[in-house]
Design a protein around this ligand. Structure first.
Ligand code: URA
Length: 475
């Protein structure tokens, strides 16, 4: 019996190195016993297997799943994975046998890990530590079910590229500092402060926009399982807010600040299917449905409905706005209000056909302040834009436009993840990762706000010129 001791549980590279050597040495799964380092000593126990035959070729899909599944805490996982690769090296099409017990276990365990990853993406909350050398520093404590930090760190790296941060878990920590990502040993909750200014603002904000008339406790629980609540600043507010919800509904009824749109009543009972896995979001319709159930940030509480992007999946140009306005919120479609009208006309003059483009927004819910019977637009914060990039990225991945036109600064941040002025970005073609071109221009609502007619005409002409230029670039 060959004894293998893994020093770093959940480390795919270590497991793969051992599995490769065992496969090459022709060691059958029943002749190997796998243990974690805490249970024994060195990597190969007594002796390493002698490599013999040439390299073994395995399906890429199997390796991708093994990379995730090895993070599962089950003690049997390294051995079961080895049995799978041993069998896959001998049985072609093994993965296609859905009734096979090993394959069934692999797929189910993989799904479990992907859900855990998904939850971590959604529920990590950073606490601000301060500022050093011009970069803000944040830290977060998180307890995933499995050892998934290695798999989730790149997501946070992309999402929070511009700040320094650490995510501490019981098994490992990820540190992103000066644009370098390192993984280190696990830690304790005490290493991360309990709250900060950002958190207090978040709580106050959540409390301020919490709409007691729209409470769906089951959806909230499904979306935000209780086990994560202690790390979520907004969750501390849920109990007291719920307790006072009845009284607030009554007060709201009396005050009647903003009536709900009767046509979109169904959205009140929306289910939180935002937790669909990435590979279940394979069409724009699926993304739109999932966006409809999004409760990732507090903006969903007061909006009538989420507004997903619209247009053909084969569109070459994607136009990104800021967020739905009042009309968009009521109708559930982007750019159907006054700014949409300005955009439609400008696109027409620029020779762009709206029906052939994909129109969407950086933020999918309308953010507003009730004023009497009116709802006044409010700009989304960088945090809200960053939170909603989740959806924009999904739309981008499906449409794969050749060129993106961003309208205004929020859209620019939504697409690039960085805050930059329109002035500094306008008039140049930028290239995004993957080769997509980016043209930045003003938001059409800017034209609606200009009091001076001559200036408005000038700005409008420049806007049309930007759109025409974008058309020529994507042609
Ligand atoms: N403004 C936007 O940015 N998007 C819309 O969909 C409508 C107005």
């Amino acid at each position: 019996m060959k004894e293998v001791v893994l020093e770093r549980p959940g480390d795919f590279a270590e497991w793969r190195g051992v599995a490769r050597a065992l496969l090459a040495g022709g060691v059958a799964p029943e002749d190997v016993s796998w243990r974690g380092a805490e249970e024994g000593a060195s990597l190969f126990g007594d002796e390493a297997p002698a490599a013999s035959a040439g390299a073994v070729t395995l399906p890429r899909e199997l390796l991708a799943m093994a990379d995730r599944v090895i993070c599962h805490r089950g003690a049997e996982v390294p051995a079961r994975l080895y049995r799978l690769v041993w069998r896959a090296a001998r049985e072609r099409q093994l993965l296609a046998r859905t009734t096979d017990a090993d394959v069934d276990w692999l797929r189910k365990t993989d799904k479990m890990i992907r859900r855990d990853i998904h939850k971590m993406h959604a529920f990590v909350r950073f606490r601000r530590l301060g500022e050093g050398e011009g970069r803000e520093r944040f830290a977060a404590w998180f307890e995933p079910d499995h050892r998934i930090l290695r798999l989730t760190a790149p997501f946070f790296q992309r999402r929070f590229y511009g700040m320094d941060w650490a995510i501490v878990t019981p098994d490992a920590r990820a540190i992103w500092q000066d644009e370098v990502l390192t993984l280190g040993p696990g830690g304790t909750r005490g290493e991360v402060p309990d709250s900060d200014v950002v958190e207090d603002q978040w709580r106050t904000y959540y409390g301020a926009i919490f709409n007691p008339a729209r409470v769906k406790i089951d959806a909230m629980r499904a979306e935000m399982p209780k086990k994560y609540w202690h790390n979520l600043p907004e969750a501390q507010e849920i109990a007291p807010l719920l307790a006072g919800a009845g009284a607030r509904v009554e007060r709201m009824r009396e005050a009647a600040v903003s009536a709900a749109n009767p046509r979109t009543e169904k959205w009140r009972t929306r289910v939180a299917d935002d937790l669909l896995l990435d590979d279940e979001l394979t069409s724009l319709d699926a993304v739109a449905r999932a966006v409809g159930g999004c409760t990732r940030c507090p903006l969903h509480c007061n909006a009538t409905q989420a507004v997903a992007g619209e247009g053909p999946v084969a569109a070459r140009i994607m136009v990104v706005g800021e967020q739905p306005g009042d009309q968009e919120d009521l109708q559930g479609r982007p750019f159907v209000g006054p700014a949409g009208q300005v955009l439609n006309e400008a696109m027409g003059e620029a020779g762009l056909d709206r029906r052939r483009m994909f129109l969407t927004n950086a933020v999918k819910h309308f953010k507003f302040e009730p004023r009497g019977k009116r709802r006044l637009h409010q700009n989304p914060t960088s945090g809200e834009i960053d939170m909603c990039r989740w959806w924009l990225d999904k739309e981008r991945a499906l449409v794969q436009p050749e060129l993106i036109v961003t309208l205004g600064a929020s859209a620019l941040r939504g697409v690039t993840g960085k805050s930059a002025s329109i002035k500094s970005m306008r008039g140049q073609v930028h290239e995004l990762a993957g080769g997509t071109k980016l043209v930045a221009t003003i938001h059409p609502s800017f034209l609606l706000r200009l009091p001076d007619r001559d200036r408005a005409a000038e700005e409008r002409a420049a806007f049309v010129a930007d759109l025409a230029w974008a058309r020529s670039l994507a042609a």
